[in-house]
Design a protein around this ligand. Structure first.
Ligand SMILES: [Zn+2]
Length: 369
């Protein structure tokens, strides 16, 4: 199943070139920065205030993005300073330049409490592959120890370097329902869950704009994973609840400014698709667990491509997230057999819900972001 929508409208054919910006509403500007991963770019946004600019998301660490920021600050801000830096969530493509920008501009970093704490404390999960709890998580999911040992020796592209500015030591808290007035326009903070714990979106009713970060993307689906740091987490439950919440809050005529792909209209259709996408994946798993299965053996159900290295770990995290959501709905039960968890379907009406078109895994890879 493809996650690409045919129902969305994209008012811009292409992004502004690196180092330049494009106005998408009065006082709201869009820019892109490069990423060294399967998603090649991240969208960042600038909101003009009377006395300066708010930056929303900062790009990934490294000299290339830092140098582009220096160019943007010099050429695109009408000589006004940066007065606030917002990070929608803790992932490294969003927070990578937060240390540099807060230092360079001498302004505070604004984040939700959980995202700030997570950004401060989380390194790449698989770094701790030799810890017994991490090993137990992967062993129970059916991943071989030799695979983990190999992975442990592979450097992560997210790893900080000696040149990186440290993450800011203080922050300004953003909370659900808070209003930021920027340039006389009210922006409401709306938080989502699932992709990250307290993901901030900025919604302007006046502009009819939602800066959605990774909470709502038009083409790809965001990664929603269980990690060894919280092996019993149920992030997909929060992800699905967030879709319902955004459906209730965001009118369809809203222009969505996402962190990846292009700005788009028809958010209600996209939210319906995302709900359907995950319901479909859960149903596929349920159908494949009529005979008890371990999580690692279920990866081909969700991903058609060969999975290696960190991609396999991300896929496993997504698979377990879907299994945990099914467990919370009493559609799957889990038993520990030896050192491995077996998942077994328990819903009695499975055959009546099966859909003939829902058996092909998408030609897709799990997302790192
Ligand atoms: Zn993200």
């Amino acid at each position: 199943m493809s996650t690409e929508s045919t129902q969305l409208e994209y008012p811009y054919d292409s992004p502004p070139p690196f180092g330049t910006t494009q106005e998408v509403a009065p006082g709201v500007r869009w820019l892109q920065m490069p990423l060294p991963m399967s998603l090649k770019y991240i969208n960042l946004y600038l909101i003009e205030d009377e006395d300066g600019w708010t930056i929303v998301d900062t790009g990934i660490r490294g000299d290339e993005t830092r140098d582009l920021w220096l160019k943007v600050i010099e050429n695109e801000l009408k000589g006004k300073p940066v007065t606030r830096i917002v990070c929608t969530h803790m992932h490294p493509d969003h927070t990578g330049q937060a240390g540099f920008l807060t230092q360079h501009c001498r302004v505070s970093l604004s984040m939700s409490f959980q995202e700030y704490l997570m950004a401060k404390t989380m390194g790449p999960m698989t770094r701790d592959g030799n810890h017994w709890q991490t090993e137990a998580y992967f062993e129970r999911a059916g991943i071989e120890k030799s695979f983990l040992e190999e992975l442990h020796n592979t450097p992560s592209s997210f790893a900080p370097t000696a040149n990186d500015h440290p993450f800011p030591i203080s922050f300004t808290r953003l909370v659900e329902g808070q209003i930021l007035t920027i340039g006389g326009v009210e922006w409401e903070i709306i938080c989502g869950m699932g992709h990250s714990p307290e993901h901030v979106c900025l919604y302007s009713k006046q502009h009819r704009i939602l800066i959605s970060g990774d909470q709502i993307l038009p083409i790809v689906t965001s990664n929603v994973s269980v990690h060894p740091t919280e092996p019993e987490a149920n992030p997909l439950l929060g992800w699905m609840e967030s879709h319902v919440k955004f459906k209730a809050l965001i009118p369809n005529e809203t222009l969505v400014l996402p962190a990846h792909n292009l700005p788009f209209y028809n958010v209600q259709a996209r939210l319906d698709e995302l709900i359907e996408h995950h319901e479909d994946r859960m149903l596929q798993l349920e159908e494949n667990c009529v005979t008890p299965r371990v999580a690692a053996d279920l990866l081909p159900v969700l991903f058609a491509r060969k999975l290696e290295g960190y991609t396999k770990i991300m896929a496993l995290g997504e698979c377990v997230a879907h299994l945990h959501c099914l467990m919370s709905r009493n559609r799957i039960e889990r038993t520990l057999e030896g050192n491995r968890y077996l998942y077994r379907s328990i819903a009695p009406d499975l055959s009546t819900r099966a859909h003939p078109d829902r058996h092909e895994p998408p030609d897709d890879l799990p997302r790192m972001v």
